[in-house]
Design a binder for this molecule. Structure first.
Ligand code: SF4
Length: 278
């Protein structure tokens, strides 16, 4: 069964009447929502059954990814219930009180109790919850060095870098190219801080995704014959405080959050051609 590769491919299946019967203002918005699994194709009453069945592969694939993710999350919750959270809090510099460990994720309080139950001031994105748990379980709590390196420069990053580019840097660049408010959102919604331009970039924003795992987004605007570009940088201590697999998940999870935000504001063209975790 073919899978739609992007929101525009889904849009091509629709009758483009913008009738709103699916609950979205336009067919384009509906296409974006289907691609991000917020809507199902069969919620458009104008589509025939054969088309819905032909293109249901995406949903099945998405279900498998989500099931694997949820199982892994459950395992991590059990692991958390089996460690001494007070000691873990000391190790990573988090707060521990009322049987709960709390730290800041993207500037907002994020906590877990001794049974593995999560508490947060923000919506709990599972792709952020996984690195949060790993940070508590395995993080060494080393101080931030202030020296930035690319994902490639982290231990185990070189081999994963081609995939990291594909799942994180390239789709995030598409968002930055198309959605003009991205960098304002990074500052105002995600608690980022615009810093002095680094590596001769035009914009540099530091996000404190986890307290000792800051991430810097650097963006270069297009210039005459040169395309724009975007790179992510991490503190050189990042791989001691979080395993490289979790740093990857964090980058891809954030990218997905930014894409969703842009979609919500009517920019379906930013959506990457594949689910970042497939
Ligand atoms: S119900 Fe279908 S045709 Fe109508 S706006 Fe939604 S997607 Fe478009």
């Amino acid at each position: 069964m073919p899978k739609p590769k992007n929101a525009m491919e889904i849009f091509q299946l629709l009758n483009k009447s913008n009738c709103r019967e699916c609950g979205r203002k336009t067919c384009l918005a509906f296409a974006g929502a289907v691609f991000m699994s917020q809507k199902r194709l069969d919620e458009c009453p104008k589509l025939d059954k054969a088309t819905i069945e032909r293109f249901s592969g995406k949903a099945e694939n998405q279900n498998t990814i989500e099931q694997n993710r949820d199982e892994y999350l459950e395992k991590l919750k059990n692991d958390i219930a089996n460690i001494d959270l007070a000691i873990a809090a000391k190790r990573i510099g988090a707060r521990f009180s009322d049987n709960k460990l709390t730290l800041k994720v993207l500037g907002k309080a994020f906590g877990v109790d001794t049974k593995g139950k999560l508490f947060a001031d923000i919506h709990i994105n599972p792709w952020v919850a996984i690195p949060f748990f790993n940070y508590i379980i395995d993080g060494r709590g080393l101080p931030v060095s202030g020296r930035w390196v690319s994902f490639r420069g982290l231990k185990g990053g070189k081999e994963r870098y081609p995939l990291f580019q594909k799942r994180c840097e390239e789709p995030m660049k598409r968002v930055a190219d198309t959605y003009p408010d991205l960098f304002d959102d990074l500052v105002h919604i995600f608690g980022g801080k615009q810093v002095e331009k680094q590596f001769e970039s035009d914009i540099s924003v530091v996000l404190h995704v986890l307290p000792r795992v800051p991430m810097m987004v650097c963006y270069w605007l297009p210039e005459e014959s040169l395309e724009s570009s975007l790179n992510l940088f991490f503190d050189e201590s990042a791989d001691k405080n979080l395993a490289i697999g979790s740093i990857f998940t964090l980058g891809a999870g954030l990218t997905q959050m930014f894409e969703k935000l842009a979609l919500r504001h009517g920019f379906p063209e930013v959506v990457s051609s594949q689910n970042p975790f497939s």
